[in-house]
Design a protein around this ligand. Structure first.
Ligand code: HEC
Length: 148
């Protein structure tokens, strides 16, 4: 009988240890993710959320969604161009039609790449990673283009 009790006690101790360890790993992971996207998130909330809303769902007929947007999922270059050049005219996002104007977004290469990493990772748009160098390449392309 004592042996059985001892085994049960050991199992309980083991279970609670596993629980504590996995909980702190989870907390740690959440903090890492939070810090990883902190710059992108605050940039988004300041510069995009007024129109596309805090969670990226957009506003029907006015502002297309950035949340699970088929426009974003299918093309990595397209969103960089939208940020650097703005976009206007008729477009279809997730089967709904929009016809508005969005101005170019000002920000450093680092801010824009962090912003895009946030939008892709947190709004369910896929696994793309953006770097400041990539943004710089697109900026360069546009500046050559407009000076010709
Ligand atoms: C003043 C309102 C406004 C703000 C602020 C704004 N947008 Fe937009 N955005 C629009 C409109 C309107 C369109 C649709 C343009 C069209 O119909 O051609 C659009 C379209 C887009 C699209 C392409 C369609 C889609 O949903 O995938 C992306 C990507 C986008 N915006 C990202 C952003 C990001 C990122 C920011 C913040 C840096 C931002 N926008 C800030 C109004 C805004």
């Amino acid at each position: 009988m004592r042996k059985v009790l001892a085994v049960i006690l050991i199992m309980c101790a083991f279970a609670s240890m596993t629980y504590i360890v996995s909980k702190s790993i989870g907390d740690y992971q959440r903090n890492v993710n939070k810090n990883k996207y902190a710059i992108g998130e605050s940039f988004y909330q300041q510069k995009c959320a007024t129109c596309h809303l805090t969670n990226g769902e957009g506003v029907q007929d006015l502002y297309p969604p950035l949340q699970s947007s088929d426009f974003l999922r299918n093309d990595k270059a397209r969103i960089i161009n939208v940020l650097l050049q703005g976009i206007s005219g008729h477009m279809i996002v997730n089967g709904k039609s929009y016809n508005g104007v969005m101005h170019p977004v000002s920000g450093t290469d680092k801010e824009l790449s962090e912003l895009l990493n946030y939008i892709y990772a947190q709004f369910g748009n896929g696994e793309y990673e953006f770097t400041p160098e990539e943004i710089a390449v697109f900026r360069e392309l546009h500046s050559n283009h407009s000076s010709n």
